[in-house]
Design a protein around this ligand. Structure first.
Ligand code: SF4
Length: 362
């Protein structure tokens, strides 16, 4: 049994209005060519969803309005899933945002699966550069390279540096990029050891598929260990949010915890409502006051039982509890969508949320 850890946020203000959001990631789709073990949702080739152009612009504009109302500058990044899975769609959003005078695009994140030729990389990055993209972020790690040949990553990075300049291409993570290995060539036990070593170097947040696949590689602790590790900093004090393809607004590091829906409510209105109403959201109330341990205590009322072998960290506990609640349809306005919990989309979902995003023209 391990002693409970002291909360790293114990001295911070526990209640109050949320911070003004200044960093926002638009998750254009849950589709991805890969099924990485570290994915913080459950993206895969079988997932879909698409943030349509008018919706993306409306959300982007709303984020700009929120920031401007507080004399801040919004920084938008585009991600997924894999945003290059539908290149015309990605390009149309970036172009339309630029034409509409919206805030500059801070970065686009990609795993480079589409980088099949130098010419293709060059022409796409030149277009994004001309439309004002500041940076390109390329994933390169032992998890992604199970699904994306490393030569595509190298091509994307090298041609990207020629087009954008060295400082405008980032790699996540450089240590792997400089000493890549092919995880497909490794026997499963060795691959798991490589995953564990990568986790020690770069601690990933254990939500989504990462909770299922990577937590087993780390030491476990009983749920009690995470008592009082409240999440005020991640929920109320964070300036970072993600908006998914169905409009769900998530705290920047807690995909699957719904703050509101940006397709139903303008962002400034949503933010203002959250400032006064967040305690009425049972998930937010629990994790802000008492972290994932408090959420577990609420979930016990619905029959949740702790894992005997314990949890790797508080987010692993949080995800496991939320997945239980989501599977039982408990607090659906606060926990979802299915893509964040590895489950099928319920039939009751509105049809417009089922846009397949099936055009993968690469
Ligand atoms: S424990 Fe839950 S609410 Fe807290 S930071 Fe982790 S995922 Fe977010």
């Amino acid at each position: 049994m391990t002693a409970p850890r002291q909360s790293p946020f114990a001295s911070e203000q526990r209640d109050g209005a949320p911070a003004v959001w200044e960093f926002a990631g638009l998750l254009l789709t849950y589709w991805c060519n890969a099924r990485c073990a570290l994915c913080c949702v459950y993206s895969s080739p079988r997932r879909g969803g698409r943030l349509d152009l008018p919706d993306a612009l409306r959300v982007w504009r709303g984020l700009d309005e929120l920031a401007a109302a507080h004399d801040r500058q919004m920084r938008i990044h585009l991600s997924g899933g894999e945003p290059f899975g539908d290149w015309p769609h990605l390009l149309s959003i970036v172009r339309a945002a630029r034409d509409a005078g919206l805030s500059r695009l801070e970065k686009v994140e990609t795993n480079a699966f589409w980088a099949t030729s130098d010419a293709l990389v060059r022409v796409r990055l030149e277009q994004l550069d001309a439309l004002g993209m500041e940076r390109l972020v390329v994933s390169s790690d032992v998890y992604h390279q199970r699904f994306v040949p490393f030569e595509r990553v190298r091509r994307c990075v090298e041609v990207g540096r020629q087009v954008l300049g060295r400082g405008r291409v980032r790699v996540r993570w450089w240590d792997f990029y400089r000493r890549p290995l092919d995880p497909q060539a490794l026997p499963p036990a060795r691959r798991l050891r490589c995953y564990a070593a990568a986790l020690r170097r770069h601690r990933e947040r254990l939500t989504g598929r990462a909770a299922d696949r990577l937590a087993r590689l780390l030491p476990r602790h009983p749920a009690e260990h995470f008592r009082d590790q409240h999440c005020t900093a991640q929920i109320l004090q964070s300036r970072h949010v993600h908006i998914g393809p169905y409009g769900h607004v998530f705290p920047g590091v807690c995909n699957g915890i719904i703050l509101g829906n940006a397709l139903r409510e303008r962002i400034p209105v949503l933010w203002s409502r959250l400032a006064t109403d967040w305690e009425r959201n049972p998930v937010l109330a629990a994790v802000v006051r008492g972290g994932s341990y408090a959420l577990l205590q609420r979930a016990r009322e619905f029959g949740y039982r702790e894992l005997e072998r314990g949890y790797a960290d508080r987010c692993h506990l949080c995800h496991h509890v939320r997945r239980f609640l989501h599977a039982r349809g408990i607090w659906p306005e606060c926990i979802g969508p299915a893509e964040c919990y590895g489950s099928r989309r319920p039939r009751s979902e509105p049809a417009h949320e089922l846009t397949a995003g099936s055009q993968r023209n690469n």
